[in-house]
Ligand binder design. Structure first.
Ligand SMILES: NC(=O)c1ccc[n+]([C@@H]2O[C@H](COP(=O)([O-])OP(=O)(O)OC[C@H]3O[C@@H](n4cnc5c(N)ncnc54)[C@H](OP(=O)(O)O)[C@@H]3O)[C@@H](O)[C@H]2O)c1
Length: 293
């Protein structure tokens, strides 16, 4: 019998699985089988982005699967080079075409651009239009600090449904989570098992890998689970939505096998205490329209 993730209700009533497959850095040729495997295992959320270069393969994986379109929650993101109202509408059409879908479940702005905030606002206004036109079921943002969200909400009509941010035991974002919760925004965790600390600038420093932290490995041993499963369970205990990436079938299955145990309050607190307050990825405050190009 297939197990499914619990669902979270977004601020417009749409339901989103609290767990999904991320595909950042999934090579196109490995993305189709990864999506197929995930859907077979019970995943019902796939998180891609225009910038990942694999929207077409996500769409192909969906089509090859037995799971019907309506049962899968598909997210993609607007990239910085397409910020602006008309540009964002065109980019959305392009993403939808790549995916081969006729609607999207969630469309996210990939980064705030504090130095070009008018472009951020214009892009979000385009997302509002797509929502009004029924082309996407929910809209939101990524990497928005409370001050970015405050600025955005002052100038736009619809409160983002989701804020997708770097979040793992070494960077637990307590203040941001509280802000999101107070404003009815679901926080979604990228790099939920600390991937950015393994492939990013911290890669050489094993002390920043949450999967090696004794607080995590001790709990893993207690429950007969892997460190990744314990960390993913920690996200669920915090009512976060985690989107771990893997292109390996056995890890895709392993990461989803987290619905048959739970952590005590003390265990959650022990993992919270790993927080070093240091992000592994880019600082959103410094992102510009030509960043990453
Ligand atoms: N909005 C944004 O700005 C943003 C930024 C980054 C990421 N994201 C999203 O978040 C998703 C997840 O984040 P992420 O890819 O950065 O990091 P992650 O999911 O925390 O970690 C992925 C890394 O860990 C490995 N891995 C997967 N399962 C594992 C396991 N059970 N044990 C040990 N290692 C494991 C993967 O390698 P293998 O593939 O070889 O298994 C990969 O190198 C992305 O794919 C993307 O969808 C969004």
């Amino acid at each position: 019998m297939t197990t499914f993730a619990p669902v979270l209700q977004l601020n417009n009533g749409v339901e989103m699985p609290a767990f999904g497959l991320g595909v950042y850095q999934s090579p196109p040729e490995q993305t189709v089988p990864a999506v197929e495997a995930a859907l077979r295992d019970g995943y019902r959320l796939i998180d891609t982005a225009a910038a990942y270069g694999n929207e077409a393969q996500v769409g192909e994986g969906l089509r090859r699967s037995d799971v019907v379109r309506e049962e899968v929650f598909v997210t993609t993101k607007l990239w910085l080079t397409d910020y602006g109202y008309d540009e964002a509408l065109r980019a959305f059409d392009h993403s939808l075409g790549e995916l081969g879908l006729d609607y999207l479940d969630l469309y996210l702005l990939h980064w705030p651009v504090p130095s070009a905030f008018d472009a951020t606002v214009a892009s979000y206004e385009a997302a509002q239009k797509l929502l009004a036109d029924g082309r996407v079921r929910a809209i939101g943002v990524c990497n928005h600090a409370p001050e970015d969200l405050t600025r955005l909400m002052e100038r736009t009509e619809i409160v983002p449904a989701v804020n997708q941010v770097e979040l793992h035991p070494l960077f637990i974002q307590r203040e941001l989570r509280d802000f999101d919760r107070r404003n009815g925004i679901i926080t979604q965790s990228w790099s939920p098992i600390g991937g950015v600390n393994r492939y990013g600038s911290n890669a050489a420093d094993q002390s920043t890998d949450p999967l090696r932290a004794p607080a995590v490995t001790d709990i893993a041993e207690k429950y007969g689970k892997t460190p990744a499963q314990v960390v993913l369970r920690w996200h669920l205990e915090h009512s976060l939505c985690a989107i771990p990436k893997s292109v390996k079938e056995h890890r895709i299955k392993e990461n989803f096998d987290v619905f048959d145990f739970s952590l005590t309050d003390d265990e959650v607190a022990a993992i919270d205490a790993l927080d070093g307050g240091r992000r592994g990825g880019a600082d959103p405050a410094s992102v510009r329209l030509d960043s990453f190009s």
